[in-house]
Design a protein around this ligand. Structure first.
Ligand SMILES: Cc1cc2nc3c(=O)[nH]c(=O)nc-3n(C[C@H](O)[C@H](O)[C@H](O)COP(=O)(O)OP(=O)(O)OC[C@H]3O[C@@H](n4cnc5c(N)ncnc54)[C@H](O)[C@@H]3O)c2cc1C
Length: 145
């Protein structure tokens, strides 16, 4: 009978990353997946996905996100394919909205380069966006460096 150190149930985004990192550390890992590995049926699948550094949900995420950026780059090197494209990002809304206050808190607490733009300046720099009067956008490079 085979013995495993860890069994990962569901080999989607989180499960495959966990299995990969554990196997790299020498653990015997079994991944259980209801579809093929890989497959395109998980919530993580699609043509593109975003990752944000100025995480509005809580500044505590920023160190974890820095590590995630490192791991994306390590994965690119290991598999010889660019996966992560740094584009920068806008978090927009009313100045007292959770998205704006939260992403600003993450920037300020972790020294992330950013600017706060009013609706007019946002439209000038990013013509696809028309913010409501009085709303603001926090612009950040979203680079971990
Ligand atoms: C439309 C959409 C867009 C998203 N966009 C983003 C984004 O841009 N950026 C971002 O960071 N997050 C995004 N998310 C969230 C992100 O996709 C999820 O947080 C992430 O995929 C969760 O990873 P997971 O491994 O838990 O789930 P999944 O990647 O879905 O993996 C779960 C795996 O478990 C398997 N499984 C389920 N039940 C069983 C079972 N009984 N037996 C065996 N295997 C099973 C599934 O087949 C699947 O492979 C998005 C989610 C959705 C739905």
């Amino acid at each position: 009978m085979a013995h495993y150190d860890v069994i990962v149930a569901g080999v989607g985004a989180m499960g495959s990353a966990a299995a990969y990192q554990l196997a790299k550390r020498g653990r015997r890992v079994l991944g259980l997946e209801r579809f093929d590995i890989p497959h395109a049926m998980g919530s993580s699948h699609g043509v593109n996905r975003i990752i944000r550094l100025a995480y509005f949900e809580h500044p505590l995420y920023v160190p974890l996100l820095r590590r995630a950026y490192e791991l994306w780059r390590e994965t690119e090197t290991a598999f010889g394919e660019q996966l992560l494209y740094i584009t920068g990002g806008l978090d927009a809304g009313a100045p007292d909205s959770r998205v704006v206050t939260g992403s600003l808190a993450a920037c300020r607490e972790h020294g992330l380069a950013h600017e706060v733009l009013d609706a007019r300046e946002t439209a000038r720099r990013f013509p696809a966006y028309r913010l409501a009067e009085g709303h603001v956008a926090k612009s950040a490079l979203s680079s971990p460096m």
